[in-house]
Design a protein around this ligand. Structure first.
Ligand code: WQD
Length: 336
């Protein structure tokens, strides 16, 4: 009998890749999403890759009654919890929306998981929970001091799951990552095109495809190689593979032991904004128009991490180079 997993926000540009990966790994997925940040074209793309469409229910986690109907309908083995608005910069402008969506919606989910005895959960946390005073490379033992409402919502989730594990028998793994570069190698799944992207790579590709005039580079006076922000950009397919390995870790735990742990999911390499622009121009043979601007509030200067723990304990490491991720992404954009 196939294991059934609930994937929250599974229509998101990144987490639709999780749907594909888990279906291809032999699991049955059930998607819930309120389509706040995506639309049903992603569902079509999932169908194009899998040749069939997993069950999808359009609902908001904040509607507990609707969510409970899903728990009554399916005998879930575990949950992959992605739901959450995800732009640190935007969260500073809309803190209440971020706390309502990211925390109160999740509390409904955790309550129903407890009620229906579905206690295995892999949670999409964030490297933005780490304090900016940590000196990279960041490890899981580094201090967590969230500095935006987005990061606070992720940090609160981690603490709630830690207590649900200790006191209600949950088994939970937090995966902390920063910057996925996301596009399925088939070129089928990508960012919701009608939005003005918050993130660097979707914005660059909107510029290259003529949808936006030029890129604003936020900050040129950071204490980095070229003054621009440094991040650890990870390919979305590698990122999702880490979720599959995290689930296998949880499903391997027998008896009534609770479990709660966190892993950084990164490549371990830092890339600045100007370096990223260079890589894109080299890969797609097109110039990226950009202008230097002031720093963006809420941005941290440098973030990349040490990946020893996940390599040793989950047997995961990133396999896709930034160049390959960009090639995959451009394959999609060139088709639009
Ligand atoms: C990256 C760099 C910007 C846009 C990420 C994820 C988010 C969440 C938290 C996991 C920074 C610069 C960007 C632009 C720019 N992930 N930039 N011009 O802010 O690191 O947030 O971590 O929890 O999902 O996005 O990602 O791509 O916005 O910024 O210069 O138009 O690119 O200043 O240095 P960020 P980002």
């Amino acid at each position: 009998m196939k294991k059934i997993l609930l994937i929250t926000w599974g229509m998101g540009y990144i987490w639709s890749h999780a749907v594909v990966a888990f279906e291809q790994a032999g699991y049955r997925t059930v998607i819930v999403d309120n389509l706040y940040n995506s639309d049903l074209s992603t569902y079509e793309w999932i169908g194009n890759i899998l040749w069939y469409k997993p069950d999808f229910h359009e609902l908001d986690l904040r509607n507990k009654n609707e969510l409970e109907e899903i728990f009554k309908k399916y005998d879930f083995d575990w949950v992959l919890h992605f739901a959450g608005l995800k732009a640190p910069f935007e969260s500073q402008e809309k803190p209440v929306l971020y706390f309502q969506n990211n925390i109160s919606g999740s509390l409904n989910l955790f309550e129903l998981m407890n009620t229906y005895d579905v206690k295995n959960i892999v949670f999409s946390s964030s490297a933005s929970t780490y304090s900016t005073v940590n000196v990279p490379p960041i490890t899981e033992k580094c201090n967590q001091v969230p500095e935006t409402p987005y990061a606070t919502s992720k940090f609160v989730w981690e603490k709630i799951l830690e207590d649900l594990s200790k006191f209600s028998g949950f088994r939970s793994i937090n995966l902390r990552y920063f910057n996925p570069v996301w596009c399925h190698p088939s070129g089928h799944i990508w960012e919701y095109l009608d939005d003005i992207p918050n993130n660097l790579f979707p914005y660059i590709f909107q510029v290259l495809s003529g949808r936006l005039p030029s890129l604003k580079v936020f900050g040129s006076d950071y204490d980095t190689l070229d003054g621009t922000g440094v991040r650890d950009y990870i390919d979305v397919v590698d990122l999702v593979d880490a979720h599959v390995l995290a689930y296998k870790k949880l499903s391997g735990i027998t008896g009534n032991f609770w479990f709660n742990d966190s892993f950084n999911v990164w490549t371990g390499k830092g890339t600045s904004v100007l370096q990223a622009i260079d890589v894109v121009e080299t890969v797609v043979w097109k110039k990226v128009e950009y202008s230097m601007m002031d720093r963006r509030p809420g941005d941290i200067p440098v973030s990349y991490c040490n990946t020893n723990k996940i390599q040793i304990e989950l047997g995961w490491k990133s396999l896709t180079s930034l160049e390959q991720s960009i090639q995959n992404s451009w394959k999609f954009y060139n088709k639009q």
